[in-house]
Design a protein around this ligand. Sequence first.
Ligand SMILES: Cc1ncc(COP(=O)(O)O)c(C=O)c1O
Length: 349
Amino acid sequence: MKKQPIYLDRNENHFGPAPACFKALQKKNFFKLSAYSRDFARGVKSRLSERIAHDFGMDEKQVLLGYGGEDILKQAVHCYLKEGQKILIPQFSWWYYKAIADEVGGIKAEYPITEGDFSFYYDIDGMKDAVKKHNPAVILISTPNNPTGNAMGFGALHDFLSHTGDAIVILDEAYTMFFNTDRSYVKALIDEFPNLLIIRTFSKYYALAGVRIGFGFMGKNLSTFSKFSARYLGYNRLTERIALAALDSDDYYNDMRIKMVSDLDMFFKSFNQLPGFKAYRSEANFILVKIPEGIKDAMNAYLKERGYIIKFMNEDGLDQHVRISLGTQEENHMLMNLVNEFVAQHSGK
Ligand SMILES: Cc1ncc(COP(=O)(O)O)c(C=O)c1O
């Protein structure tokens, strides 16, 4: 059988879910799946939203669940962005943001993400100016941002949120846990900013992308969205169980996180030693790297032939770049060896 390629192109997590997630499935009484959940009888959406509310010190009514962060994001934009209204998105962002805006006929405006010596960063003044100029109905922020990997510190975030007027602000924190496991600021922000929606997911840090569970937190002005996203017949009883097991597995994920942070550093240093390459600091499970002009196709082919798939970027301003999702430690080191080998051979030509 042909060996499967190693996919390091979609920000999946190759460490895999915690062992407790597998056990949760084994223990499941599958007969129960013939019935809807009755969690609603206790006045909550689900035992998972209840647990998340507890962990974040929040009222369960402010927590929502969805079919991945993607689903919550899409629902929120469909709920709040009307045709002809403006949505503000980062200059470099997950392509899907633009696609959802297009679905509802929204007008896309961008705010700057600036390249520094070692990383990209949010230009908070530029962001505030963009809000003044465009007066958007919806603002999207992603921290850490995909694909640039930079995050926004609490102070900068707070400062920006204080200048967003009546806009609905969607804060996409799909990658937050890799560098920041602090939960306390979430409640503080949600309490202070009534138009804020924070989105998280089990796909990345918890390595459960295939399970499709996202969750979010709503500020108190978002009651329309609360109704829009509510599901009368409940959620997925199987996947809720897996997610709960993941939440009980802090030690497993912490150990994984430490290894990932170390490999990000390895990539950062190794790429920056190669002539013509520039790696950017990242706070997520991927790293963006600028590569020398003219090697894209050859590098892609070289890695592909050896079974490694990484993302070669094509968008304006990032078309000489690759985004590498972290794999296991072995995969990461193997990939770096292949890149070194490729560069050595290519520079001899
Ligand atoms: C920035 C960002 N937000 C959200 C998501 C959605 O992930 P999911 O729908 O698996 O929760 C992704 C997926 O790659 C992403 O890159």
